[in-house]
Design a protein. Sequence first.
Length: 319
Amino acid sequence: MKKRYRKHAGNILTAVLLFSCVTACGGGKERGDALRESPKSGQETSGGEAGDVREQQTQIREEEETSAFQETAEKVDAVSGRPQMEVYLQDNRLDEWAGANALAQIGYDSLQINEQAYPELSWSVENYNRESGAKAAAWKEENLPWAVEAFHEGEFHGCEYERSVRLKRADEISLSFVTEVSEYTGGAHGSIFYESCTFDAVTGEKLALEDIVTDVSRLPGAVASALMEQSPEGLFEETPTEQVEALFDSEREYYYEPSWTLDYDGLTFYFGHYELGPYSAGCQEALITFTAYPDLFKEPYREPREAFAVAMSPYAGQY
């Protein structure tokens, strides 16, 4: 299995979140394309000495990352007195190849945090990792047979499934991230939808919107207003209040809660293809800030967190 490691740390800095929020699917897809143009997985041969060198380099990097992980676990935040949280993202590959032909390109991100500092949260994160891996494996089991058949019939167009995590908050309050799920099984284009998780940093319990806001019924209106203000000009002719209210209607058929994250300055909601319009409308994000709706958020969430930052180190590449 091929792995990529990406490091995210909660720093003792007076800074804001160092994170580029992608507001359209196109941008997110470019990110995914850039990160996941990978060589063959299971069938790739290393070739003698070159393979030995790569193995040695991998071992050295893993030892360095483990050492840095342990050092961070011992650091204490000056504001809260709790240990800093450090998060690693790992890209796991389940690709299937037939020679030089990719039958299925499948990947999912898993997370790891400093377990000694946040043991309950670490357990919850591991549960997420298992569920995410199981979803990727199930997708492969469902779609690989037809991909193999199409390949042998000379009508193969490839299939792809990626579960890409975007970390939005990691501090003594919570760990919050959104998973962008993109899939392609043929045709003119693929599709994107979102899943999200927000955990209490201490207890590891998954937080619901009711835990964070004082009145959930106010969210549809706030989200609709934010979409109108923050979306590209011309995307919505008028405030999409009815469309958003329908998505929040828990009594509708096939209801599922809209995806959201608890950021450093508010709540962000995510809408995939077809949720708020045709495919050409793309994906949308809407940020409801603490400052714009101070009475909507409960303590300790409603104060902007300027004492923390998520440091995004460069991706280490594939090894």
